[in-house]
Structure formats: C-alpha cells, structure tokens
Ligand binder design. Structure first.
Ligand SMILES: *Cc1c(COP(=O)(O)O)cnc(C)c1O
Length: 393
C-alpha cells in the first residue's frame, strides 16, 4: 500500500503540519480514510462543505455542469454565474457582485473597490483599518491586512495602507481614522484565530462610525457567510449592513468559489478595473447556485442556529464536568472550546483515535465547524467522543 504521508514529505512543500490521516471519501458528516476507517467530520473542509460531504444537490450540480460547459472566461455571458448573481443579490442587502475563486480573491476585490472608492470620492484616501488577530487571506496585501505579526515577519516589506488596531475596540478605530482612511474591514467573528466574539454592540458602533466619517465598511464574511452563524449572512446576526462583503468557503458547498458584493454607492468598478480567468466559472457557479438555493429553501441557517445552540449547551455541560475547560463560545455552528493550557493538539489526536475530526485554532483551543445541516444525534455522538477523550486528560 502506498505510504501517502511519505509522498507528501518527499514532494509537497511543507507549509503545514497535517493531521496524520489520509482521507479518501466523504458522505454527509462522515469521511473515510485509506484504511477504511470512518470519522465524524466536525471540520468539513474548513467550514466549506456546508451541506456535508458530497451532498447529492452539490454533486449533481458539479456533474451536470461539467458535462455541459466548463469554462469560457468572463468575455462571454454564461448562465450559471448570472443565476448565482441574481440569487445572491435578491437575498442580501447588496446590489452588485463579482464572482471569483477563493476567499483571498474576494477580499482583494473588496479592497480594490474600497481604494477606487477612496480615489473617486474621498480625495485619494486609501488606508484600510483592520483588527489585530484578524485573518483575511494570504496574498501580500491580505497578509498586511491580517493583524498577525507572525504572518507579516517572513514577507516584509508588505504593501502599505493597512492599519491594524485593537480588536473589539471602537475607540481604537476612531483614533486610527484619518483623512487617508477609505474603509474599515472586519470579520464579525474572528474565526481562524480562535472564534473571537465581539461585544454584541461593537459591529453597530463600527457601522455608525463609518457612516459618520463617510468611509466604507467591508465585512469579510468568507467564513461567517452562508448560514454559519445561524443567519444567511453574519451581518443579519449583528443587525448591520456592510457596504462591501466578501464570501467564499460555504458558498460553493465544497467547490472553490468566492464573491464580493457591494452596495450601489460602493460599486465603483468600471470597464478594465477587474477581471479573472476562472471568475464566474460555470461549474463552480452552478454548484454554488444549487447550494445556495438549497440553503435558502430549506432554512439551513435556522438549523445551524438551533443545532449550534444545542452544541454550545452540550459543551457547557462538559465544561461543568471538566474544570480545565475555561470557555465555550460561538454563534450558530462556529464554536470553540478553550482550555487552561496548551492541550489542543493532544485532544485533537485523542479525538482522531476515537473517530472524530476537530480543528485546533489556538494551542489551547479547538474549533467545531460541522456541516450546517447536521442533526442533534450527530452532535450527541461528537459530544460523547469528546467526553471520553477529555476524561483521559
Ligand atoms: C478562510 C478565510 C479567508 C481566506 O480564504 P481562502 O479561500 O483560503 O483564500 C479569508 N477570510 C476569512 C475570514 C477566512 O475564514
């Protein structure tokens, strides 16, 4: 039998310490490894497979479009991307969309839009305020936008124009705002760095400040969008509306696709300002259209809200049993548990042994980002495994 993990170390750039398992198949909330072992998957492609693995709606859309028309470039009209565009706009507070291929591309597009807006409407203002511990993607610009020194260090000099300030602190945003500021860019919940929840009124305060200053609010909803927080878009959970929003992860139900959307006033691109070879690709767009339609018609966000609360309640019960759990936090099905010391990796490995995949977001914290259509029994199963592994700590 081929040792895939050895091939990895021989041929693949070693930029990540993978969990030592080779996954070959998935269905719903379960995956199987190359030895035929089954796992309950509470990572789901990093919050991507919102309907689980290989959902028939998703897989059929891929297969059907792959046999019909795969790629044309944006120089031609194609139907799937226009159906997706209409569905996104009709179900959000935004007016125009550009479809791309990943989260970082969606955020790059959002930033380019904000800079054009600044050039046209704010005397050339170009600076974008972002928050410490944010994660926005790994292009050079988004590395600068992400407020993490460890991301910056290897790649200096970074593009200028990004000001990282304290998270969840409206005064920090106020004092960083100058005549050079064109936008504030936020994750509603910092997902990749620990599921860090803001104070409930923080997003509203940021919205008010942006209105007062005439600058744009960009929401990076790459992870919080498409039902993850229990509403179709995260901004609905927090009762605000962005001027520009970036989507990706859950959007394609497992296919690589992103999108950035803008209100009419911020939709300032004109001919020649932006393009993408794979953007609006028929296969990814058709799949995203089928996924999003299913998510909306079956109130998948409502399920995420209900089952998410059930997961949080169950984890809080474990917290009462295990004193070393210091916090359980989350909204919808974006949930984390934090420990009083750096046991995240060892618990992750113990869960793996027991057949549960979870994700480590900090040395002392695990994240749960299961499919949004899971049921309570699957949560019970995961909680049971977790209980068993925690009891051995
Ligand atoms: C995952 C993520 C990104 C980056 O998306 P990629 O598709 O990996 O480029 C950006 N922002 C947030 C909030 C994310 O969770």
């Amino acid at each position: 039998m081929t040792d895939w993990q050895e091939l990895d170390s021989k041929y693949y750039m070693q930029t990540i310490v993978r969990v030592p398992v080779t996954l070959v198949r998935g269905e719903g909330v379960r995956v199987w490894d190359d030895k035929g072992r089954e796992y309950l998957d509470f990572v789901c492609g990093l919050a991507v497979n919102c309907l689980g693995h290989c959902h028939p709606i998703v897989a059929d859309a891929v297969a059907e479009q792959a046999r019909t028309l795969m790629q044309t470039s944006l120089w031609y009209y194609t139907i799937p991307m226009l159906q997706l565009a209409e569905l996104l706009i009709q179900n959000s507070c935004l007016d125009k969309v550009f479809i791309c291929n990943s989260g970082l591309e969606a955020n790059e597009g959002a930033i380019k839009l904000a800079r054009r807006y600044g050039a046209l409407n704010l005397n050339g203002a170009y600076e974008i305020i972002t928050t410490n511990n944010s994660f926005h993607g790994r292009s050079l610009a988004l590395t600068a936008a992400s407020g993490q020194v460890k991301m910056h260090t290897p790649y200096k000099p970074l593009p200028v124009g990004f000001i990282n300030v304290e998270n969840n602190d409206i005064e920090a945003i106020k004092s960083a705002t100058t005549e050079k500021t064109c936008a504030v860019m936020l994750e509603l919940i910092q997902a990749e760095t620990g599921v860090n929840l803001p104070d409930d009124d923080y997003p509203k305060k940021v919205r008010e400040w942006c209105d007062q200053k005439g600058i744009l609010l960009i929401l990076d909803e790459v992870q919080t969008g498409i039902g993850r927080l229990g509403t179709l878009f995260g901004y609905q959970t927090y009762g605000i509306e962005p001027d520009i929003m970036a989507l990706a992860k859950g959007l394609g139900g497992g296919m690589p696709i992103g999108a950035f959307l803008a209100k009419e006033k911020a939709s300032v691109f004109t001919v020649g300002d932006h393009n993408s070879t794979f953007g609006g690709n028929p296969v990814t767009s058709a799949t995203a259209y089928a996924t999003l339609k299913y998510v909306i018609e079956n109130d998948i966000p409502g399920n995420a809200k209900q089952v998410g609360q059930y997961l949080i309640d169950g984890l809080k019960q474990l917290q009462r049993k295990y004193q070393f759990i210091t916090e359980v936090r989350g909204r919808g099905l974006l949930v984390a548990v934090e420990f009083d010391n750096e046991i995240g990796q060892s618990i992750l490995m113990a869960c793996l042994k027991e057949g549960l995949l979870v994700n480590q977001v900090k040395p002392n914290a695990l994240r749960f980002i299961p499919p949004l259509n899971i049921g309570k029994s699957e949560v019970d199963e995961a909680l049971g495994i977790l209980d068993k592994t925690l009891s051995t700590v």
